[in-house]
Write a protein that binds this ligand. Structure first.
Ligand code: ADP
Ligand code: MG
Length: 536
């Protein structure tokens, strides 16, 4: 029997051929983002099916919008997406490193090293790097936190704005950090983003507390409230709509009137319930009927209707309140506390500002056009991610390839301890790490090899305890102390780049058989062929 019937409709590649094809796909993918790495990286113009355009130099954005068919390329894109989710940065580096690990593995395969020996060596190398981080990390102080937030913006926006956004990001992150017994938690999603088109991007600011572009339901309600209790309702304070299939038989005009009165009485009862609970601030997801406004005003309640669910969630986290489905069911324990609630007019629009004990901050993104506001918002998000990470784990590493060069030097010494073929794999891992400084140099128009050799030599001969801070500063175009230059990154980014890239490379190395279905079953049949049309 020559062919197993079940594999009839498939194209099969096995062994080396399969590995070679997969590695070619990985290299092609890396080639697509290589030129975007670093502050002097180039931008890509992305055009979608409908002709919409976007200019970006963010690796993961490029990859996610590319129409990639190859399954191995998709695996690497997934690694890059995970990188984005966990560390919010380092996406280009992750793809470059995994492709480089695979390319170096291929060269070892050609020399007769089995992929499983390479996989073992790679795993040990990654572990050795993790063990070595302790000697490379720098404890982040306030200045370095600013520098790290700024490094995340290098190449994405102009210099003055980098400094401004880095300061705002640190301010916002500090406002949302929570001290827990297990350590600090700084969740960037607790920072509310408010966008305003018009004005200059340098006018963007951070306000402590939550700011919503909302107006209280009646001007007669108090404009400013000092501390008090807040109720959050995932519903409204309004009459129920009469269902369309319900028939009301009105025999007398008074019946309808008493029906309405009864409905209003139910709403007033709910307001009384709020007064009994001592609520002075009310936010509802749905409407608040006009004819109960005066009752709310008399009760001294400041009320807001049609508040977005996401904003209610932010309010709940800031005030420690629990969202209730209706007012009737509200209990004392569901209420939250606020320090201040005010209304201010900004550029002709009323805004509601709530300050709470649990902190919370709002970033007001400004810019002259929608595009610039979007850019400011994205950049702020990147810097905020870094600031939040550092408040949770205040460890930094030197950027500009300094850390990768130091790790590669460490691995080469570590490799000497191996007698078997894993030694070659550990060395190949060290070589692969150098893709970061090499690519940074190339994108800065420098010779990648010369720049790398200079950096390695300076680290080796430096002799001080700061040798591993020496990297390639692409702005100065020479090796330099990256920590003094303020190019630093959270440890979490590099740790995740290494873990993610190694994992992705290992899963590709494990494949030795690729079965492609000859025809994609999800593809629609092409028109034409031998079928004749039937019908009237
Ligand atoms: P990624 O998607 O991997 O984060 P980036 O395009 O953001 O890619 O580039 C990040 C790299 O650029 C990091 O290795 C960082 O250390 C480096 N970098 C940032 N600023 C400088 C600089 N002035 N000189 C050299 N390298 C820098
Ligand atoms: Mg980056």
């Amino acid at each position: 029997m020559s062919e197993v019937p079940i594999l009839k409709e498939t194209t099969r590649t096995t062994g080396r051929e399969a590995l070679r094809n997969n590695i070619t796909a990985a290299m092609a993918l890396a080639g697509a983002v290589r030129t975007t790495l670093g502050p002097l990286g180039q931008d890509k113009l992305l055009i979608d099916d409908e002709g919409r355009t976007m200019v970006t130099n963010d690796g993961v954005t490029v990859l996610e919008s590319a129409k990639v068919e190859h399954p191995v390329a998709k695996m690497l894109i997934n690694a890059s997406t995970t990188q984005d989710r966990i560390a919010r940065d380092g996406t280009t580096s992750a793809v470059l490193l995994s492709a480089e690990l695979l390319q170096n593995a291929w060269e070892l395969v050609l020399q007769g090293v089995h992929p499983s020996a390479i996989a073992r060596g790679y795993r040990q190398a990654e572990e050795a790097c993790r063990g070595h981080f302790a000697e490379l990390i720098i404890e982040a102080n306030d200045d370095q936190m600013l520098a790290a937030a700024r490094t995340a913006l290098s190449g994405k926006i102009h210099g003055a704005m980098q400094i401004h956004l880095a300061e705002l990001a640190v301010k916002a992150a500090t406002a949302v950090v929570e001290e827990r017994p297990t350590g600090n938690v700084a969740d960037p999603t607790r920072v509310k983003i408010l966008t305003q088109t018009g004005g200059s991007m340098t006018d963007s600011s951070v306000v402590t507390g939550l700011v919503l572009a909302k107006k209280r339901v009646s001007d007669r309600m108090p404009k400013h409230l000092a501390s008090g209790k807040i109720a959050l309702v995932d519903g409204g304070l309004e009459r129920r709509e009469i269902m369309s299939n319900v028939k009301l038989n009105v025999s007398d005009t008074g019946v309808l009137e008493s029906f309405r009165q009864k409905e209003k009485a139910i709403l007033l009862e709910q307001i009384n319930h709020l007064v009994d609970l001592g609520v002075t601030l009310l936010a509802c997801k749905d409407g608040i009927d006009d004819d109960v406004h005066s009752a709310l005003c008399e009760a001294g309640i400041q009320a807001y209707r049609r508040v977005a669910r996401s904003d209610l969630d932010l309010l709940a986290r800031g005030t420690n309140a629990t969202l209730s489905h209706d007012i009737k069911g509200l209990r004392k324990t569901d209420l939250g506390v606020f320090i201040k609630s005010t209304n201010e007019r900004w550029n002709g629009v009323m805004h509601w500002i709530v300050e709470t004990e649990e902190g919370g901050a709002t970033f007001v993104a400004k810019g002259s056009t929608n595009e610039t506001v979007g850019e400011v918002e994205r950049c702020f998000g990147d810097a905020l991610g870094v600031a939040c990470q550092l408040l949770e784990e205040p460890h930094l590493l030197a950027g500009g390839g300094a850390t990768q060069v130091a790790l590669a030097r460490h691995l080469r010494r570590f490799a000497e301890g191996f007698a078997g073929r894993e030694q070659l794999a550990v060395e190949a891992f060290a070589d692969a790490l150098e893709i970061v400084p090499r690519t940074l140099a190339q994108n800065a128009g420098l010779d990648p090899l010369d720049s790398l050799l200079q950096t390695v030599a300076q680290q080796a001969t430096d002799g001080t305890s700061a040798a591993h801070h020496i990297g390639l500063n692409v702005e100065k175009k020479v090796p330099s102390n990256m920590v003094s230059d303020g190019v630093v990154e959270p440890l979490r980014i590099t740790r995740q780049v290494l873990a993610g890239a190694t994992e992705a490379a290992l899963s590709v190395l494990r494949i030795d058989d690729v079965l492609w279905a000859k025809q994609d079953p999800t593809a629609p049949d092409l028109p034409g062929g031998d079928e004749t049309e039937t019908g009237p």
